[in-house]
Design a binder for this molecule. Structure first.
Ligand code: SF4
Ligand code: FES
Length: 220
């Protein structure tokens, strides 16, 4: 099928603001937005965007598709196409725009450091973890640092969702010396955290779920 893409373009050397450029690409419904972007790139190799794994693992292809942050390699064209409408592709919001669909992710990676994103091993840790706890850690550990949750967050200036995912995952880890204290150290009101935990699976391309018991242990 032929699809019209409306792609945001911005060249910092020439443009003062982003503008849209239309491309007509031939793609199958079961191809992805990333496949469509690659077709557009073959028409204009000056078009800049990031991608690497093409299988929702590296997190680099995150863009805004029809107004919603998402992974281009995970979004099927049949889902992105609406009758008679072009598919709009823009850079992630809340990040500094570098060129076309490429944004500066450095502050996003920096924000992770604030939560001490590594395990601080308890001295008395006995080396065992129940299968149930191990299973509950698996999901938040699949964060691919794509930035979609940050781009989809209304309060991204103060709340850095990927850092919260990391901190909440460590708060659940029985090997960690800080454990549930991490929740207090975050200084994010627990109602906000609860809302975040509830909304995250809908925003996150990996559907990451964090169980509410982590918060309960941290605040009682
Ligand atoms: S929590 Fe999900 S949306 Fe946020 S950075 Fe990790 S994988 Fe991406
Ligand atoms: S290209 Fe790696 S997540 Fe899309």
């Amino acid at each position: 099928m032929d699809v019209v893409l409306k792609i945001s373009r911005f060249d910092p050397g020439m443009d003062t603001a982003p503008r849209f450029q239309r491309f007509v690409v031939g793609v199958e419904p079961n191809q992805t937005v990333l496949d469509a972007l690659l077709c557009a790139w073959r028409q204009d190799i000056g078009l800049s965007f990031r991608r690497s794994c093409r299988s929702a693992i590296c997190g680099s292809c995150a863009v805004r598709i029809n107004g919603r942050p998402a992974l281009a390699c995970q979004t099927l064209m049949e889902k992105a196409v609406a009758e008679g409408e072009p598919v709009t592709i823009e850079p992630l919001p809340h990040f500094k725009l570098l060129k076309d669909l490429v944004v500066d992710l450095e502050p996003f990676f920096e924000s992770l450091k604030a939560v001490v994103p590594w395990l601080i091993l308890r001295e008395d840790y006995g080396g065992r973890m129940s299968p149930e706890v191990a299973r509950s850690l698996e999901h938040p550990a699949t964060c691919i640092l794509c930035g979609v949750c940050e781009a989809d967050s209304e309060t991204s200036e103060t709340l850095h969702p990927a850092g919260l995912v990391k901190a909440l995952r460590l708060a659940r880890d029985p090997r960690d010396a800080l454990g549930a204290h991490r929740i207090r150290l975050l200084q994010v009101p627990v109602e906000v955290l609860r809302l975040f935990v509830r909304e995250l699976p809908d925003k996150c391309p990996k559907g990451i779920e964090i169980t509410d018991d982590i918060l309960r242990r941290g605040v009682t």
